[in-house]
Ligand binder design. Structure first.
Ligand code: IPE
Ligand code: IPE
Ligand code: MG
Length: 263
């Protein structure tokens, strides 16, 4: 199992974050500033996605998770929602060959049952095509909500128990195995562009010990330099996971885990 809970075990920490999760915000304001319709910002946002995926692959990031459409974004005007759906389809159709050629594995997480069949099929085909790639796992969160994820994982846990006739196993490990991103370690670095400082129902469970980085840069302006800046900030942080600074100097994560297991 790849999933490790940072509140149970202290994960290994490396200079470059293994997993970066981004709330790509500010598309609308980017466009409004230029007297363009909001959707022009979404279109330009695709260029920033491309630049960020490339930069992450080059920096050796293993997992990149991008929040593309939240479970709350259905509240937007109907024409903006349908534009976003069309953009998702065209971007997927256009980019999948290049992603595959570059060794990128694509995953899409969220309540996909809300999307029409054509989108669901396209997602399935793209995931299957890139399933064996190992350079970078790119996850797109679409119709995703952290609370939806917690609820669906709980439901699976309960259903599994009902099926086997055993009592529900209530543990972090058993629960997190059913989260939509059970295949990935928890994010090391969370980035939100566009100036807002909130989580907006993104990966609620998995952000327990993630480092947060907020920037005023609007998503369409985010690029390799902006990513390097965020990673630079991350490398200056001290990730203590509950320990003291003095302990960090003398203990490796493994010995800390051994200690907590022995008590
Ligand atoms: C993020 O940009 C994209 C989506 C939520 C789909 P916004 O559309 O939220 O842009 P702002 O926050 O209104 O500027
Ligand atoms: C969060 O952005 C969701 C995505 C980027 C997909 P929003 O712009 O929807 O967030 P709020 O509503 O301002 O919190
Ligand atoms: Mg926004």
């Amino acid at each position: 199992m790849t999933y490790t809970s940072s509140t149970v075990l202290v994960p290994d920490v490396s200079a470059v974050p293994r997993h970066i999760a981004i709330i790509m915000d500010g598309n609308g304001r980017w466009a409004t500033q230029r007297r363009l319709p909001r959707v022009a910002g979404h279109s330009r946002g695709v260029d920033a996605v491309r630049a960020t995926v490339e930069a992450c692959a080059r920096r050796g990031v293993e997992y990149l998770t991008l929040f593309a459409f939240s479970s709350e974004n259905w509240r937007r005007p109907e024409d903006e929602v349908s534009f976003l759906m069309r953009l998702f389809v065209t971007a997927l159709e256009r980019e999948i060959g290049k992603l595959h050629a570059n060794g990128i594995k694509l995953r899409v997480v969220g309540d996909l049952s809300a999307f029409d069949r054509r989108i669901q099929d396209l997602i399935r085909r793209a995931e299957t095509k890139t399933a064996r790639n190992t350079r970078l796992t790119l996850t797109i969160a679409a119709n995703y909500g952290g609370r939806w994820d917690i609820m669906q994982a709980t439901r699976k846990l309960v259903d599994e128990a009902a099926l086997t006739g055993r009592p529900v196993e209530v543990s972090e490990e058993a629960f997190s195995e059913h989260l939509a991103m059970a295949y990935a370690p928890e994010p090391d670095l969370f980035i939100r562009t566009g100036g807002e400082q909130r989580v907006s129902n993104f990966l609620l469970w998995q952000l327990a010990y993630t480092e947060f980085y907020f920037t005023d840069t609007f998503w369409p302006d985010f690029d390799a330099d902006a990513l390097n800046h965020a990673i630079g900030s991350y490398t200056e942080r001290e990730r203590r996971f509950g320990r003291t600074s003095a302990q960090l100097e003398t203990q490796s994560p493994q010995s800390q885990n051994a200690d907590s297991l022995s008590c």
